[in-house]
Design a protein around this ligand. Structure first.
Ligand SMILES: NC(=O)C1=CN([C@@H]2O[C@H](COP(=O)(O)OP(=O)(O)OC[C@H]3O[C@@H](n4cnc5c(N)ncnc54)[C@H](OP(=O)(O)O)[C@@H]3O)[C@@H](O)[C@H]2O)[C@H](O)CC1
Ligand SMILES: [K+]
Length: 223
């Protein structure tokens, strides 16, 4: 499915069907948390290890706060690294960041590559909630630093909606691109995921529904 169509599904679900963005984000985040839990149970270690969730400035980051809350409920030890001050967040992302903070989920704001190097450790699962379908071009500044650092760590890597740096329409990776073991994507596989260039960056792809009505999915020919 094309990036713009996926974003349209979100918009129509809210504007025409009256669904709340927060409901879509909750469904997305809970579904993603359940796929991450399944992966961590399958990994060599077997035990659920600590999880670091990297959150960006938009609703992809917003998903990360929901994922953190649900992974904690599943018994994981999570910590959240935001690359923007929380007051910079808006809408559904801001609501979920506030819930996570009020719930006492460990949360730090990284302002430098040194912060990221210190706080992203080597044995934890790293979840990429940096950039999603709102990204344009290669990850800039601290986002590029975060992707490069995450790619060097030894733990599992999970991309949410798409690996930061990957163009989800063309499948073309940018310098850098998050190299995922698992990509959890919402509504439908993105068109670029079928391209050979994308494969090394996606890992296993799992589609998570976000609760939009079948009638709306049918309008976009989503199975
Ligand atoms: N129906 C669905 O699929 C649902 C999707 N959800 C999630 O929402 C994201 C899309 O959220 P959105 O806020 O539109 O976009 P992003 O989170 O990707 O953030 C984009 C912002 O990031 C900045 N940006 C863009 N490109 C770059 C770059 N190359 N480097 C650094 N920063 C970048 C930009 O902000 P500025 O302030 O800099 O303009 C963008 O605004 C989707 O992917 C899903 O994860 C919903 O949660 C559930 C339903
Ligand atoms: K992402």
């Amino acid at each position: 499915m094309k990036r713009d169509d996926v974003r349209r599904v979100d918009q129509i679900a809210i504007e025409d069907y009256g669904m709340l963005g927060l409901v879509l984000m909750e469904n997305a985040g809970r579904g993603a948390a359940e796929r991450i839990a399944a992966l961590c149970q399958e990994s060599p270690g077997g035990a659920a290890h600590p999880v670091c969730i990297l959150c960006g400035p938009g609703n992809n980051g917003g998903d990360g706060y929901v994922i953190a809350r649900h992974l904690e409920l599943l018994g994981f030890s999570v910590h959240i690294l935001s690359l923007v001050p929380l007051e910079r967040l808006t809408g559904d992302a801001s609501v979920n960041a506030s819930i996570a903070a009020k719930a006492g989920l460990p949360l730090q704001v990284a302002t430098s590559a040194e912060d990221l190097d210190r706080w992203i450790t080597d044995d934890e699962t790293v979840v990429d909630c940096l950039l999603g379908t709102g990204a344009t071009g290669a990850p800039r500044g601290l986002y590029g630093d975060a992707v490069k650092l995450a790619n060097k760590r030894r733990g599992l890597r999970v991309a949410i909606d798409l690996p930061t740096g990957l163009d989800c329409d063309t499948g073309i990776p940018s310098q850098p691109t998050f190299r995922a073991d698992l990509t959890v994507t919402f509504v439908a596989e993105k068109e670029g995921f079928t391209k050979a260039d994308a494969k090394p960056w996606l890992g296993t792809v799992r589609v998570v529904g976000i609760g939009v009505p079948q009638a709306l999915l049918n309008d976009f020919a989503v199975a």
